[in-house]
Design a protein around this ligand. Structure first.
Ligand code: CAA
Ligand code: NAD
Length: 284
């Protein structure tokens, strides 16, 4: 495949906006789409402030930051993606909603375009089977926050072609990231290991083993993690954590992946973490 010149990112939440930023900072023209106009305006300000942060720390020059912003366009119209070489989906972690989107993207995107998903856990093979181009569908899993985290986990679906894999790896490396490759099993590599730990931290809190602060301090100072597991869950989004646990439980069929009732209760109450101002902790 020729070098990717233009990408489309669907979903302007914390991941989609970060992915769009990383791409534009590495010389790619980017269209960012969200159904919600408020999400697009929030994405625009968070990208500007993150680029400003890189400039103020002298990681990039002011001119480079300004060029990156010029390469970025926001749109409420998915049809604008018809000229994209590569499309990255970063919408809500729901298989049905993602499949509906892949059906639409398959119709809109040019025949050579690759359709990638930033899903945390959902089967790439099943997303691919909703399109007429399963050889050109792949998982491209960025870590949060995308502008800072070095890793991209690439997930091969059952029919993903070598050309699609090579083009995705080349794009990830052009974005300055380190690539790991996973076969298509629920949660892939990172979330298969990370989410049961976060879920276990909720069980520790739920069963009264310790306070939330002591659980987080224990893991931060005891195992040198940058954030404790409950703080990290708030950062990721408790809705995203719960969706991933449900995919692990359904896909790997073992009781050890059952979501903690406290995690379920927080999500039911709308305590989704930092993005809502309240999760395990409160944010002002
Ligand atoms: N844009 C630009 N720069 C940013 C930034 C952003 N959005 N966020 C942080 N930074 C930069 C800061 O400017 C700072 O740069 P310098 O080192 O040059 O000073 C550096 O990153 C560290 O930031 P801070 O000092 O503000 O804060 P921190 O030290 O607490 O780091 C953090 C913040 C990088 C998020 C760190 O807490 C961390 O690594 N946390 C764990 C994150 C993690 O585990 N992510 C993976 C989640 S799992 C996942 O993503 C998969 C999934 O499917 C759920
Ligand atoms: P988010 O809630 O911050 O953003 C999702 C965005 O998608 C919202 O702005 C919403 O308006 C938009 N959206 C929903 N349906 C849409 C549709 N049909 N068309 C266009 N836009 C639509 O979520 P997020 O945390 O950015 O997660 C997005 C994806 O990335 C999920 O699949 C998640 O599992 C994955 N992911 C999340 C993290 C994380 O730490 N939060 C890390 C890696 C991967």
């Amino acid at each position: 495949m020729a070098t990717v010149k233009r990408i489309g990112v669907v979903g302007g939440g914390q991941m989609g906006s970060g992915i769009a930023q990383v791409a534009t900072m590495h010389g790619v023209d980017v269209w960012l789409h969200d159904l919600d106009p408020q999400a697009l305006s929030k994405a625009s300000s968070s990208i500007s402030s993150s680029i400003h942060r890189f400039v103020s720390k002298s990681h990039i020059t002011q001119a480079k930051g300004a060029e990156a912003l010029k390469r970025l366009r926001f749109t409420s119209n998915l049809e604008d993606f018809r000229l994209a070489d590569f499309i990255i989906e970063a919408i809500v972690e729901s298989e049905d909603v993602k499949k509906d989107l892949f059906v639409k993207l398959d119709k809109i995107a040019k025949s050579s375009a690759i359709l990638a998903s930033n899903t945390s856990s959902i089967s790439i093979t099943r997303l691919a089977s909703s399109t007429s181009r399963p050889r050109q569908v792949i998982g491209m899993h960025f870590m949060n926050p995308p502008p800072v985290m070095k890793l991209i986990e690439i997930v091969r679906g059952a029919d993903t072609s070598e050309e699609t894999f090579a083009a995705t790896k080349a794009l990830a490396e052009r974005m300055g990231k380190v690539v790991i490759t996973s076969q298509d099993y629920s949660g892939f590599i990172v979330n298969r290991i990370l989410m049961p730990m976060i879920n276990e931290a909720f069980f520790a809190l739920y069963t009264g083993v310790a306070t939330k602060e002591d659980i987080d301090t224990g893991m931060k100072l005891g195992t040198n993690h940058p954030m404790g597991p409950l703080e990290l869950a708030d950062f990721i989004g408790l809705d995203v954590c719960l969706s991933i646990m449900r995919v692990l439980q359904a896909g790997l069929g073992d009781n050890k992946y059952a979501p903690c009732p406290l995690l379920v209760k927080y999500v039911d109450a709308g305590r989704l973490g930092r993005k809502r101002g309240v999760g395990v902790y409160e944010y002002h």
